[in-house]
Design a protein around this ligand. Structure first.
Ligand code: UD1
Ligand code: MG
Length: 464
């Protein structure tokens, strides 16, 4: 029996000149994911286990960025889409079943459509099931040529088309499902004697016809999914469409999105039900947000884990974790592997880098904690600074459970404040403070009775 496993090819070796970029076109991101990866993910969602990506321009960078979830075929010279498909033979040459082919610059293709295309190819036994579209303005697209019986017998590219052919409105959109052995056999018969001197994948339709095989046209009804990205503006348009779809999906899964227009969420973010996303929120990377949270307004989360019932108001959280029921912001900045326990309070103008901050502890105002381990129920007074950097290396500060650090304290690391200890406000702490002790390091206050009144008298009247 023929191998019915579904394979898939992404054609992504082209240069993408109109992007005007040093980056290969396929690596430009839509909702945080490289465009070529989106195309490959669509194939995966349609049932392809490990898509094959044809790389050329910037291929090394593409492979390095996307990694080994995919397999790669090199097209060293870009001699056309047919030649690109041929390059995939090095990887898929032995495959006896169906193979989907999609362009690398059409990230919105619906996996359900791809599934249907593959199913139609299988059921009809056609050499090719090909997506087509009837366009009012077919300019630039390959036109489908049919025989008297209405069977597809070829495709003519815009640049090769006669005035009569240019009037045809049914076009090729570069999405196909081929019977792989037929594809690789007939690709070898293609020639490049056309206006662009390229090997056209579209010429497969003619080759199949001459071979006595069949191409089945499968019309695409949702034209939006064909949006191609050739320049930065189209990139922005595609991102907009995908963003709306994504926000809708979150909303239907129970997330309140107050202002879809100002909410930017990348593709792989997870959000629990009953979480409210306020306006101007940017949520990126591998961020996970629990249930019942409140995010924003004006919040950036990047690779953040926000546990259930937490709130992050007007703050930035990167590569860090916010514990259950904790409240962050306004104007806080958590970064570099900071982990907040549950029911924590982090308030205005507090920055934390690489800090473990215990449950029910609080740093409510104007504080920098860097490279610190803070136990549970610790109070960090306003203006506390850990001096973690001596100009050469970073050092750790440890603050035990239940300790109280008075306002405007400077803790010079490495240093440790024991559990239950108190640091007097305004102290510069250079030595460890034992458990339950008071650490205080500031000049004694002196009081001079009557001093202010005498000064006023000398100067004659009220100071002001
Ligand atoms: C192609 C079709 C055309 C169709 C149109 C829109 C051909 C000959 N023409 O034209 O009928 O209407 O798409 O879907 O196929 N690529 C390579 N290697 C190459 C050339 C291209 O990998 O040597 C890749 C590109 O990176 C791109 C995809 O193939 O992702 C399509 O190539 P492109 O040059 O955009 O084809 P069109 O001229 O748009
Ligand atoms: Mg194109």
């Amino acid at each position: 029996m023929a191998d019915q496993r579904l394979e898939g090819i992404v054609l992504a070796a082209g240069k993408g000149t109109r992007m005007k970029s040093d980056l290969p076109k396929g690596l430009h991101r839509v909702l945080g994911v490289p465009m070529v990866e989106l195309a490959a993910r669509n194939l995966m969602a349609a049932g392809v286990e490990r898509p094959t990506i044809v790389v050329g321009h910037g291929g090394d960078l593409v492979i390095q960025t996307l990694g080994d979830r995919f397999q790669y075929a090199w097209q060293r010279e870009q001699l056309g889409t047919g030649h690109a498909a041929m390059s995939a033979e090095s990887v898929l040459g032995g495959h006896q079943g169906p193979v989907l082919v999609v362009p690398g610059d059409a990230p919105l293709i619906d996996p359900e459509f791809l599934k249907r295309l593959a199913q139609i190819q299988r059921e009809t036994g056609a050499a090719c099931a090909m997506a087509t579209c009837v366009m009012d303005d077919p300019y630039g697209y390959g036109r489908i040529l049919k025989d008297e019986a209405g069977r597809p017998m070829g495709i003519v590219e815009e640049k090769d088309a006669s005035p009569e052919q240019k009037k045809l409105k049914e076009v090729c959109v570069s999405v196909y499902c081929f019977h792989a052995p037929t594809l690789f056999r007939l690709l070898k018969t293609l020639r490049n004697d056309n206006a662009q001197g390229e090997y056209y994948l579209t010429d497969m339709v003619g080759a199949i016809y001459r071979d006595g095989g069949t191409t089945v046209c499968v019309p695409v009804d949702d034209v939006e999914m064909l949006m191609g990205v050739n320049d930065r503006w189209q990139l922005a348009q595609a991102a907009k469409v995908l963003r709306t779809r994504l926000l809708r999906r979150h909303a239907l899964a129970g997330v309140t999105i107050l202002d879809p227009d100002s909410t930017h969420i990348t593709l792989d973010v997870e959000i629990g039900a009953d979480t409210v996303i306020h306006p101007n929120s940017v949520i990126e990377g591998e961020t996970k947000i629990g249930a019942g949270c409140s995010i924003g307004p004006n919040t950036i989360l990047r690779n953040a884990l926000v546990r259930d019932r937490a709130s992050v108001l007007a703050s930035v959280v990167c590569d860090s974790e916010v514990g259950e029921g904790s409240r962050v912001g306004p104007f806080a900045h958590l970064r570099g592997g900071t982990v907040l326990g549950s029911e924590v309070r982090v308030g205005n103008y507090v920055e934390m880098k690489n800090v473990e901050f215990g449950a029910r502890s609080s740093a409510a105002h104007l504080t920098y904690l860097g490279d610190a381990t803070v136990g549970e129920r610790v109070n960090i007074g306003a203006g506390t600074i850990t001096c973690n950097y001596d100009g050469f290396a970073k050092h750790r500060t440890t603050i035990g459970e239940g300790a109280f650090v008075g306002s405007n304290s400077t803790l010079i690391a490495p240093v440790s404040i024991g559990p239950g200890a108190v640091v007097g406000a305004g102290s510069v702490i250079r030595h460890d403070v034992p458990a339950d002790a008071l650490g205080i390091a500031r000049a004694e206050q002196s009081v001079r009775e009557g001093w202010a009144a005498r000064r006023r008298a000398q100067r004659g009247g009220n100071q002001q």
